[in-house]
Write a protein that binds this ligand. Structure first.
Ligand code: PLP
Length: 402
């Protein structure tokens, strides 16, 4: 048993079976402790996590500055409502907007940020009768109704209709399709700068700039869903900075507060005033605990030179997997941008997850064939080498299977 464990994994699984709604497919392991890129289960087994917190734990587990700041903050204020000012919310808004643009609104998750962004775009377009939104096939924007409607994947829509009216979908990289969907009632285009859940799909080099042009020529807003790509994931503070295409609205969550639940919308000075008092709110949004964690995350990114580490380790992953692609015909394509890593196979990728786990490495597989890694941004060279050795051995083994 790990010293942090109260009971075995199986004993916890038994409690879940009795009391927790079974809407997730879970691995049969109860996790009890983490440090950096390593995590331990109740039985004391250690794993190298190349997908920590589904992309939320950008500084790994228990990053010291974050732990300290959270501990300090809880002794003063955990939560106060947004009918008051707090230093922490002002400071975190300044930290984000001074590195991007505009003004911030805080919430608690990615779907909530996108829900708010869609409302803001509609509020902004309301006087002109604009309410329609264009999004992209294989996108993922969240599970609440506006966000899941924007998520252009039929599997997420089955059984929950009717969906929200006014959403239209275009294939990624298809500008003609986008132009055809635009009409006088369209208020915004929403897109992930790199599609995450959809399979680490990187848009064509000029696609985002062209979308901005279409949006602005037609009096529409461009929304970037940076829930996954924001907060240094791609090697710049925000993903849009990679393409030098600033959106009108930016949404973030996941790593924003280093793993503490936190979401945000950033809107330009022109758009932000459309969110007037009473039009949108979030009870827990911008709470001092999440804001302190967010500030500690920003400070750690600066002080630990995280952007540099993303560039170094990203290049290492890319070089390695491109080499492996030469060796293994089961690898169809390697897609890497910063610390978003996708290895697209021409065979099902799911078995790789369990095989890596047996060898002590945690990875993800999305869209049936894409091995997806979202490592902590402070992962070390030794950990990268440890991880790619295991993933490569597993892929070699899978390529030999009849
Ligand atoms: C790009 C993107 N948008 C939105 C979401 C939804 O975020 P959350 O699960 O915090 O609601 C996700 C989650 O994976 C995401 O990757």
């Amino acid at each position: 048993m790990h010293p942090a464990a109260k009971r075995s994994s199986q004993a916890t699984i038994d409690i879940f079976q009795k009391y927790v709604i079974p809407n997730y497919t879970r691995y049969p392991i109860s996790l009890v402790h983490g440090e950096g890129s390593y995590i331990w289960d109740a039985e004391g087994n250690r794993y190298l996590d190349l997908f920590p917190g589904w992309g939320c734990n950008i500084l790994g587990y228990a990053p010291p500055r974050l732990v300290k700041r959270i501990q300090e903050q809880v002794t003063h204020l955990i939560h106060v409502p947004n009918s008051w000012y707090t230093e922490a919310q002002g400071d975190f808004a300044e930290a984000l907007c001074s590195r991007s643009f505009g003004k911030a609104f805080f919430c608690n998750s990615g779907t909530e940020a996108n829900e708010g962004a869609i409302k803001l775009a509609r509020l902004h377009g309301h006087a002109k009768g604009r309410y329609k939104i264009i999004s992209f096939e294989n996108s993922f924007h969240g599970r609440t109704y506006a966000a899941v409607t924007a998520t252009a994947q039929p599997k997420y829509h089955e059984g929950i209709g009717p969906l929200l009216p006014g959403f239209n979908y275009a294939p990624l990289n298809d500008l003609d399709a986008v132009r055809k969907l635009v009409d006088k009632e369209t208020c915004a285009i929403i897109i992930e700068p790199v599609q995450g859940e959809g399979g680490v799909n990187i848009p064509d080099v000029n696609f985002l700039a062209a979308l901005k042009k279409i949006a602005h020529e037609n009096d529409m807003l461009l929304i970037f869903d940076e829930v996954q790509t924001g907060m240094a994931r791609l090697g710049t503070w925000f993903g849009y900075q990679q393409w030098h295409v600033q959106p009108d609205i930016l949404t973030m969550a996941k790593g924003l507060a280093g793993g503490v639940p936190c979401g945000a919308i950033i809107a330009t000075h022109e758009v932000a005033p459309s969110m007037k008092p009473g039009k949108h709110a979030s009870t827990f949004g911008g709470n001092p605990l999440a804001m302190a964690a967010g500030l500690a995350t920003v400070e750690t990114i600066i002080e630990d030179r995280i952007l540099e580490n993303v560039a170094t380790q990203s290049a290492r992953f890319l070089e390695h997997f491109l080499k492996l692609k030469q060796e293994l015909p089961i690898i169809k394509e390697v897609r890497v941008r910063g610390m978003m890593i996708g290895v697209d196979l021409n065979i099902p990728g799911t078995p790789a997850v369990a095989k890596c786990m047996q060898r002590g490495v945690l990875i993800n597989c999305t869209h049936e064939t894409v091995i997806r890694l979202l490592p902590a941004l402070n992962i070390t060279t030794a950990q990268v080498l440890e991880g790619i050795t295991v993933v490569s051995d597993v892929l070699r083994e899978m390529s030999k299977a009849p």
